[in-house]
Write a new protein. Structure first.
Length: 618
């Protein structure tokens, strides 16, 4: 739990305070970092300007169960760990609290200050969600109750007015949200003879039949477990299970060395599982409009193996399309880890310092995204738009980030926006509209900014709340779409507040002004409500389970005067321990069904670990 400041500021913007303010806004803060306001930089940053188009990675893979020791430098995606042209000391290349995993994070992903959703929460995302979340990131099995939300953001402290552009500055919160006690293993509810036994599809995960009745004791008003799957066998050290893709007919899930597909209604296999010779190391969080994805797997099992083998898959048929190998780039630009993103008909593979695009249908190479000037690509975000974040002038006095929207077909920049020096783009809360979460490490401040379609500044969030989208630990430099618990439409951003006591709230912000429009309390007195996605003009949110009550899916009207949530699904209390037991997970709500899956396998042979479950009212 975060420590309150001695003297919180009295509302609005103002001069920096000596003590950290209560609450905050924006993105995750490092639990060990001393939050609060700092003095503005001695020299104000340059205002970001939209430069002429240049001609010239929540959800990522879960982190290993064993978190690196605090203070150890991370494998920077774009920041090589050995001498080289980009190895000069820089504010984000140094060992320190930023970027280091902390306690187990939300949805089981180790908490990092800017970690991530995937959007594997259907966006998988995490996000990220979510962690991601999702996604986002991942980690070892959480022995505690659930997925503690990370402390993010703090109250607005000051405005940096530079070149006509206002940059909102906020401080951090030095508190840490503690994991709560282990949730009860099972429900006290008694089975009812009227309940139909759960249909486990073919009853297998790794070939072992599991006919556990997860609907035993289901109460009136609770949804049914339509089907569930046990997890495949995994090494004792655990394994990744990234991604979750839902089509009209299939729920598809990657796990360790396989990709599985189950009928959305009854859980029976829709096609034979696809096996890979080595472990899966990356997937596309997005799928194409015709339900294609790309999976990456390792080149071998040795410590020097690369994540460079690609395979396209048709989610509806299980047919394997094109396959190929991703080459390393120039010196230090390797494929030890990669990120995958889809935008339109284009697949982008992000290496450590560059990216290569392919036609997602044929595998034909389209273009390379390499250095321009003193900038090199450090992360990509796909979806309705294709974004690239580049690191510029690394190690110099003018080090800064630049954000570009790329034409998926050609790789040419539609616009380029320079981020002020000292600020780093950590996450994209939304790709369309573009909403960026940024941090200033030296000042321990955060900023949430939305951009116009031409890259100009549209608005910046103005709030004193502490927001808690669930983001996981990224083993690469940027996992732009790795946060779960954020959603946006054309004019509004939706963020969850931290639940310091009792229920949290979802707050809607105008993207035109950055001001709060309205807020609504979680329908659960003690559990977090997290934005999941938009459905028309309604916001779909996931309410986390308690120790004896399952999670909920609710719909929140975003127009009109009433924003009261309407319950769409109430998951059964008998599976609350399973919902809470996933160390990290991906979720989605499609066509009245709620899907939940783990993104990290424990490898525990003594437990019937669940891979995924589907809930519904039918």
């Amino acid at each position: 739990m975060s420590q309150p400041p001695n003297q919180p500021p009295q509302g609005g913007f103002g001069a920096p305070q000596d003590q950290p303010p209560a609450g905050g806004f924006g993105a995750p803060q490092d639990p060990r970092a001393q939050g609060g306001f700092g003095t503005p930089p001695n020299s104000p940053p340059n205002s970001p300007q939209a430069t002429p188009p240049s001609t010239a990675q929540p959800p990522q893979q879960p982190a290993p169960p064993q978190a690196p020791p605090a203070g150890a430098p991370q494998p920077g995606y774009g920041y090589p760990q050995q001498p080289g042209p980009y190895a000069q000391p820089g504010p984000y290349a140094q060992p320190g609290p930023y970027g280091q995993p902390q306690q187990p994070g939300p949805y089981g992903q180790p908490a990092a200050p800017y970690g991530q959703p995937q959007p594997g929460y259907g966006y998988p995302p995490q996000a990220q969600y979510p962690g991601a979340p999702g996604g986002p990131g991942g980690g070892s099995k959480n022995p505690f109750k659930g997925r503690p939300a990370m402390v993010i953001g703090a109250a607005v402290a000051a405005l940096l007015v530079v070149g006509g552009t206002v940059w909102a500055v906020s401080g951090g919160d030095d508190g840490e949200k503690k994991p709560s006690a282990q949730k009860s293993q099972g429900s006290s509810k008694q089975p009812s003879a009227s309940d139909d036994p759960v249909n486990p599809g073919d009853g297998s995960g790794d070939g072992v039949e599991d006919t556990e009745d997860l609907n035993a004791g289901r109460q009136a008003g609770e949804a049914r477990v339509l089907w569930y799957k046990t997890a495949p066998d995994a090494p004792g050290s655990g394994a990744d299970a990234p991604g979750l893709w839902i089509t009209d007919t299939a729920a598809v899930k990657a796990a360790y060395k396989q990709v599985f597909a189950y009928n959305v209604g009854d859980g029976k296999p829709t096609w034979d599982a696809i096996a890979f010779p080595q472990k899966i190391c990356a997937v596309t969080p997005q799928k194409t409009s015709d339900d294609k994805v790309v999976v990456a797997y390792m080149s071998g099992s040795s410590s020097g193996a690369k994540c460079n083998q690609l395979q396209e898959i048709d989610l509806n048929t299980g047919e394997k399309g094109w396959s190929g190998k991703v080459s390393d780039g120039e010196l230090f630009d390797s494929t030890l880890s990669i990120e995958l993103a889809i935008a339109g008909d284009t697949l982008v593979v992000g290496r450590m310092q560059s990216g290569t695009a392919y036609d997602v249908s044929s595998g034909k190479k389209l273009w390379d995204k390499t250095n321009y000037g003193n900038c090199y690509p450090a992360g990509f975000a796909g979806g309705p738009k294709l974004l690239a974040v580049s690191s510029c002038g690394v190690g110099s006095d003018t080090e800064h980030d630049e954000v570009q929207e790329l034409d998926p077909a050609t790789g040419k920049a539609k616009w380029t926006t320079k981020i002020p020096e000292g600020w780093r783009v950590e996450r994209a809360y939304s790709v369309d509209p573009v909403v960026l979460y940024m941090t200033n490490k030296d000042k321990k401040r955060v900023n949430v900014t939305t951009l116009k379609n031409n890259g100009d500044i549209r608005s910046q969030l103005d709030s004193k709340d502490t927001f808690a989208p669930e983001c996981g630990y990224a083993i690469i430099d940027r996992d732009l779409t790795g946060c779960f618990g954020t959603a946006a439409d054309a004019n509004t951003l939706y963020l969850p507040t931290e639940a310091k006591s009792g229920a949290n709230e979802i707050v809607a912000f105008s993207l035109e002004t950055g001001k709060e429009k309205w807020r609504v309390k979680s329908p659960s007195d003690n559990e977090m409500a997290l934005p999941l996605k938009m459905s028309g003009t309604n916001l779909i949110a996931y309410v986390e389970p308690s120790y004896d009550a399952g999670g909920q899916v609710v719909s929140i009207p975003t127009t009109g005067s009433s924003h009261k949530p309407t319950k769409l699904l109430q998951n059964p209390g008998g599976t609350a321990d399973i919902e809470n037991g996933f160390f990290s997970m991906a979720v989605d709500y499609v066509d009245g069904r709620f899907y939940i899956s783990t993104t990290r396998l424990t490898g525990n042979d003594e437990a019937k670990e669940k891979l995924m479950l589907a809930y519904g009212n039918d």
